[in-house]
Design a protein around this ligand. Structure first.
Ligand code: F6R
Length: 242
């Protein structure tokens, strides 16, 4: 893993945006893995800025999002489809047909998970996968457990995850209990991974991710086995090579 530390979030957002932009400039039909949540909002703004300045085109790019809530209409502002439209897709020249977010409202969720995996298999691999991290070490919505899933699946969100995401809703009751998420296998198949970690309260889980044991109880620790992971953070952490 390569660790880049930043003094402030503005510099971090710019550097993360620049990595995504340079990926698309080098390969205009790049496949990008996208994330939602608080972490990428600033870097998406920087991407939009660069696009508006004519510095990057997404006309041939494809995107696959990590996850989507189950049972939240896509018209709900906190659905991850709505998030992506508002923060990125509506402001760049990507072909809407090339933007993929799992359908959390599919009548047959298992079939939807299979469809998503097949699409990623046919159109992938992902050139650059953007990740945030949960306080409990989840990536996508792969929550800590005794086992992790290789494939896209329907996950029961942990209480702490619903609690953390409560800030986007009016109350905890409104936070969906389930999500569809890419499995660890899809995430690990990406050619390169950009993990963005913001805020001092995530320093401990980032330290465990970088330096702790590789364990399903910290799903992000599996990234230690990936050949090309770039971590960008404003946390005060060190990468201790054993
Ligand atoms: C979002 C996702 C999650 C978030 C994580 C951190 O698509 O897959 O893993 O990256 O929950 O969320 P924030 O950025 O809101 O702290």
């Amino acid at each position: 893993m390569i660790l880049h530390k930043f003094k402030n979030q503005a510099d971090l957002d710019r550097a993360a945006a620049d990595l995504i932009i340079s990926t698309v400039r080098a390969k205009p039909n790049a496949v990008l893995g996208m994330a939602t949540g608080g972490t990428p909002v600033g870097l998406y703004k920087e991407i939009v800025k660069s696009h508006q300045q004519g510095l990057v085109s997404f006309a041939q790019a494809k995107t696959f999002n990590l996850d989507e809530y189950v049972g939240l209409p896509i018209t709900h502002p906190e659905s991850y489809r709505a998030f992506m439209q508002r923060n990125l897709f509506d402001h760049i020249d990507i072909n809407p047909a090339n933007t993929h977010v799992p359908n959390g409202n599919a009548a047959d969720v298992d079939a939807e998970c299979r469809r998503y995996d097949e699409m990623m298999y046919e159109q992938g691999p992902v050139d650059l996968q953007l990740l945030g991290i949960g306080h409990n070490g989840h990536i996508g919505f792969n929550e800590p457990d005794t086992q992790l899933s290789r494939f896209t699946y329907k996950v029961t969100l942990k209480d702490e995850t619903r609690e953390a995401n409560k800030r986007f809703f009016n109350s905890l009751d409104e936070v969906p209990t389930h999500a569809v998420t890419m499995g660890m296998g899809s995430i690990m198949q990406a050619k390169a991974i950009l993990l963005v970690v913001k805020g001092a309260e995530k320093a401990a889980i980032l330290d465990a991710t970088l330096n702790g044991p590789i364990t399903t109880q910290v799903p992000a620790s599996l990234l230690q086995t990936h050949p090309r992971v770039i971590v960008m953070t404003d946390c005060d952490v060190e990468y201790k090579r054993q």
